[in-house]
Design a protein. Structure first.
Length: 190
């Protein structure tokens, strides 16, 4: 093997390894931040204290539902994806909340990135008590460029909490979600 061909092969290996490194880096960054899309023109300003934008999403039984269908109940609306580790990490908190507040709370876990067949498999294996749906992120009025993105909506349809990102299920349950739900229930009693 001549020096020239050795140099050419080495250069090819470096280019291939560089390409693989960049590709893997992009995959890792995407999976850590979850579903990253460019902002949609339909996104409206979503902020605490404002009315929750209504939208239509699909359920796993292929029927459609609207957020407004759940008016009169506290709604924990979570946008998530199977390829998002923080999303998966906090799902047990939603299960606990749904079981703890079955008469007052509806948990809607709306997936914005995975094929329906993957969601059906996930539901079959995990058997959650909360509702799983899906939406094309381009048709969603919420700014879900980065997930998990969670909104707690009071019984009148107003946003009381917006949570972007997640920690462990225990931390999210004890420090964020349960206190927010309990606070809404206490305000209702007054």
């Amino acid at each position: 093997m001549s020096f020239k061909s050795f140099k050419k092969n080495k250069l090819k290996k470096i280019i291939i390894l560089s390409f693989l490194f960049i590709s893997l880096s992009l995959i890792c960054l995407t999976s850590l931040s979850g579903c990253i899309d460019s902002p949609t023109e339909e996104s409206t300003e979503v902020k605490e204290g404002s009315a929750a934008p209504d939208f239509t999403f699909s359920l796993l039984d292929k029927s459609d539902a609207k957020l407004s269908d759940y008016e009169g109940r506290i709604v924990l609306l979570n946008f998530w994806g199977l390829g998002c580790p923080p999303c998966i990490m906090e799902l047990p908190a939603f299960e606990t909340l749904q079981r703890e507040f079955p008469d007052d709370l509806t948990v809607l876990a709306i997936n914005c990135q995975d094929p329906v067949v993957a969601l059906e498999y996930f539901k079959e294996k995990s058997n959650p008590t909360f509702t799983i749906g899906y939406v094309d992120s381009k048709n969603c009025p919420y700014p879900i460029q980065s997930i998990p993105y969670t909104v707690i909506i009071d019984k009148e349809g107003n946003i009381s909490l917006i949570q972007i990102g997640a920690g462990s299920a225990e931390v999210m349950y004890n420090n964020i979600y349960k206190p927010a739900i309990v606070s809404l229930l206490e305000k209702e009693k007054k």
